[in-house]
Design a protein around this ligand. Structure first.
Ligand SMILES: C[S@@+](CC[C@H](N)C(=O)[O-])C[C@H]1O[C@@H](n2cnc3c(N)ncnc32)[C@H](O)[C@@H]1O
Length: 159
């Protein structure tokens, strides 16, 4: 009886492990360790610069996995966030983070290549001078200088 219970426990452990692996494999969420490490210190700084009461709009360039926007959004319920990415395969991860956290103030992820003409940004759905903030983290050291130039030139059109 004791031996059976031991075997049963082992079988149960194996099933639970297999279940967690299959859940991890089916989730579209990506997790970047760096984003987890730096999200709190960044949030502390954002709170000094983003209004906590007035209605605001914030475009995020290079949202990556979506960890940042989904972590920040609940702290600024007055702000509507517009995540974006140049790598389309990350849209699912961004949207999944937002969905599973139940966030109502974050739009669906859209395409922005920061080096491209600003009229094409966010599928051409951004209107000029309608944003309050453009947030971009951990991108400029990884991309050609034209991308940083594009971002610097385009952002003022929307703010
Ligand atoms: C290191 S990740 C940073 C992601 C996120 N901001 C974070 O801090 O966790 C750099 C991101 O820049 C994006 N990226 C690369 N070239 C880009 C471009 N031309 N325009 C916009 N994003 C770009 C990549 O797809 C990648 O997701």
């Amino acid at each position: 009886m004791r031996a059976l219970t031991k075997k049963g426990n082992q079988l149960l452990k194996t099933c639970i492990t297999l279940l967690s692996f299959s859940q991890m494999a089916s989730s579209k969420k990506q997790f970047y360790p760096a984003a987890d490490r730096n999200k709190q210190p960044i949030l502390d700084i954002l709170k000094d610069h983003i209004s906590l009461s007035d209605k605001r709009k914030c475009l995020e360039i290079s949202s990556g996995s979506g960890q940042h926007v989904s972590f920040f959004a609940p702290h600024f319920p007055n702000v509507r966030f517009y995540p974006s990415e140049e790598s389309r395969f990350l849209f699912d991860s961004i949207n999944e983070h937002v969905k599973s956290d139940g966030l109502g103030n974050v739009e669906q992820a859209r395409y922005i290549d920061a080096s491209s003409p600003p009229e094409t940004w966010y599928d051409g759905k951004l209107q000029k001078e309608t944003l309050d903030y453009v947030y971009n983290c951990n991108m400029i050291h990884l991309v050609p200088f034209s991308t940083t130039e594009g971002k610097q030139k385009s952002s003022p059109l929307y703010i």
